[in-house]
Design a protein around this ligand. Structure first.
Ligand SMILES: *Cc1c(COP(=O)(O)O)cnc(C)c1O
Length: 347
């Protein structure tokens, strides 16, 4: 086990852009989200919420009894540096932790983490915790250069592993904060994770089979090359946006990428649908063809469809997904038009 852990140490650091050990937890990513909340805040946390996973950070804080506020934007909008600066300026000293989701999987928004981190650095004693579940392994991450304090991911999204593992890096400041909080959780104690990671050991019984999968997947990722992997995701995101514009033009209906340009995730695209076109109906139509995409999340359930282009997905596979989606959308719209015609077509 020690050999396995030693062999994944350097590759994982490269994936995170970190000069520090990457902790591995036998849990899903939400476990390390809870670790951030419980280990990193003594006073009050500001949770940036622009989608379902941003809201999850706040829900965890509530459930753990950690005081927290939400800074909400409309789902589909990013959190800009000015918005965060204003919120922190409004109540100096109120917050000691900010949470943000890098790639908000529920909306396809990529938040500007380097710029947000710069803002946070301007306030004394405030840490920044980042959920990178659909960004780490999917796009270039620079933990050190960005000055982030805690960055986490899970195994089953951009890393394209089976579910069951979570990964995180913590800064020295984050560890100092954790040490100062006696009730920082037992299973998710970052101080213990740090100590064990440095010995190529784990805090508790590891899910050994998944660590072998990790070792294998990292080899595959580096065989492709990280830069090439990230470029492939970028190309797939651009292709999906281009397809969305083509669909809008060919149907004359308002299909659009939900996230504004400049803030689009390279790993997942949420496409907003015109009035009367149902997200779940499109997902069901594709399922009949053996293709899995996702409807919107939470309150966007019917209003968007989400197409994942992360992990090991290829551009050729994406073409099949997009072509099939076009066919299902066109069939859905025709049947909607036919229904309208048979309802009120007499006039
Ligand atoms: C999927 C996801 C999570 C939750 O991951 P689990 O592995 O289910 O705990 C958290 N954040 C983001 C951005 C996600 O996409």
């Amino acid at each position: 086990m020690r050999d396995v852990l030693a062999s994944v140490d350097q590759p994982l650091r490269l994936v995170f852009g970190a000069d520090r050990p990457v902790y591995i937890s036998t849990s899903s990513a939400t476990g390390f989200m809870e670790a951030a909340i419980r280990n990193l805040s003594r006073r009050r946390t500001l949770c940036l919420v622009g989608g379902a996973f941003g809201a999850r950070f706040h829900a965890i804080a509530e459930r753990c009894g950690v005081p927290a506020d939400r800074l909400d934007v409309d789902w589909g909008d990013p959190h800009t540096p000015n918005l965060l600066r204003d919120a922190l300026n409004e109540a100096p000293g109120r917050y000691d932790l900010v949470t943000v989701v890098h790639s908000e999987t529920s909306t396809g928004v990529l938040n500007p983490v380097p710029q947000l981190s710069e803002v946070v650095a301007g306030f004394e004693d405030v840490l920044l915790a980042v959920d990178g579940v659909t960004s780490v392994g999917g796009t270039k991450i620079e933990f050190e250069a960005w000055g982030v304090d805690f960055l986490l991911t899970g195994s089953q999204k951009a890393l394209a592993l089976p579910p069951g593992l979570a990964f995180a890096v913590a800064s020295e400041r984050a560890l100092a904060r954790a040490r100062s909080i006696p009730s920082r959780s037992f299973y998710f104690d970052l101080v213990e994770f740090d100590r064990r990671a440095r010995e190529f050991s784990t805090t508790n019984t590891p899910a050994v089979s998944l660590f072998y999968a990790l070792q294998c997947q990292l080899e595959r990722m580096f065989a492709e090359g990280l830069e090439e992997r990230f470029a492939r995701h970028e190309r797939m995101a651009r292709r999906t946006a281009g397809w969305t514009a083509e669909l809008a033009a060919s149907t004359g209906a308002s299909f659009d990428v939900l996230a504004p340009e400049g803030y689009r995730s390279p790993t997942v695209t949420a496409v907003s649908l015109p009035e009367g076109v149902s997200g779940t109906a499109i997902v069901a139509g594709l399922a009949e063809k053996g293709i899995t995409i996702a409807p919107g999340y939470g309150k966007l359930k019917e209003a968007v469809i989400r197409i994942g282009h992360m992990g090991d997905h290829t551009e050729a596979e994406l073409e099949v997904v997009l072509e099939s989606t076009t066919a299902v959308v066109e069939a859905t719209m025709h049947s909607t038009v036919a229904n309208v015609a048979s309802d009120g077509g007499a006039e």
